[in-house]
Design a protein around this ligand. Sequence first.
Ligand code: ATP
Ligand code: MG
Length: 408
Amino acid sequence: MRFSKTFVKTLRTAPKDETARSASYLIRAGFVHKEMAGVYDFLPFGLKVMENIKNIIREELNAIGAEELQMTALQNPEPWQKSERWDSEKVDIWFKTELSSGGELGLAPTHEEPITNMMRTYIKSYKDLPAYVYQFQTKFRNELRAKSGIMRTREFLMKDLYSFTTDEKTHNTFYHQVENAYKRIYERVGLGDCTYQTFASGGIFSKFSHEFQTIIPVGEDTVYYNKDRSIVLNEEVVIPEVLDEFKVKKEDLESTRAAEVGNIFTLRYKYSEPLDLKFTDSDGEQKTVFMGCYGIGVSRVMGVIAEKFADDKGLVWPESIAPFKYYLVGIGENGVKAAEEIYAKDPDNILFDDRDLRPGEKFADSELIGIPYRIVISDKTLAENKAEITSRKDGKTELIDIDKILDN
Ligand code: ATP
Ligand code: MG
């Protein structure tokens, strides 16, 4: 991409009410635009990052046999009434509206009810099971406080996966596959060494659910962990009987702030029972479908990555999700000519800063935007038939032969 061809501009300042460093950088670097508190547009660079995260998630979920679909944001109250989650007194984050022809509608905060209801059309017999279905979908939640930029918003992108099985045993096997897929996902997006699978409260139906928590100071949650971090507990389950069960003492645990980047739940019959999702088993008996749900906050993951790796100059994207691999600057007439030739070799992976700006401004923007490698080519480097390549992560610079510059 040529920088001169996008409408996006980097900005000197971000809105004053943004307290998280990542939010301020994401706005200034042109990844997102703020509509209002907790509501953000994703601009071309930001959309690329989001798509890269989505593709990693998609690959890992497809690999365990899950199937992608897309459900609607507009919600019919009926299935939610059956599960007793329509009442705003009980679920306080609903955005609701009215049809002009009369009757209420909601904007989906999650999709257990509609997907359970929909599956009644397709699941009739044990032969129709298991089914593993996911989507990337915008969720709407009237959160009391929108904060930390794109880490907690009122409109956000979630990946939600639902499993439908004949029995608990099949469910457990899949649940375990999802745990492993999640580990690979967090590893691949760059959060592997700071994200832990934690025990959290599981509600009334199963003892624990699992959360995936990334350790980060701006996180809203508190987690407790033992020395080797083999046991990580969400604060909410740090109670005497749980501590006994894990054979740990509270005073031996350390605590830290963390952001919930995903979670997995064994739902059992929580939704299939009230919504009447049944199947005929091989013995001819009518049984209720066993369910699980598995979320990842895709836009929150992007915010957490932005926050985690940023430094005093700007964003630092892991290569796996960066909008481009290279940021290219040509200095002087010959430098620009040589840069054009490099750019032509791989335009999709290069952000070519061909704007009419001084090199210093381009360098500052390359640091703010956080592309993994900056390539600079000038008369000086051309004299040796080389270009300079600088890693955004550690600032190390190397001189490399021009024809090998895109090889690393
Ligand atoms: P939280 O405790 O952070 O409110 P939650 O328990 O409400 O999260 P779920 O309903 O299970 O979360 O949603 C699945 C995932 O979606 C969460 O793990 C989180 O990563 C993300 N998420 C939840 N709420 C928001 C939000 N308001 N903005 C951005 N991401 C969110
Ligand atoms: Mg919530």
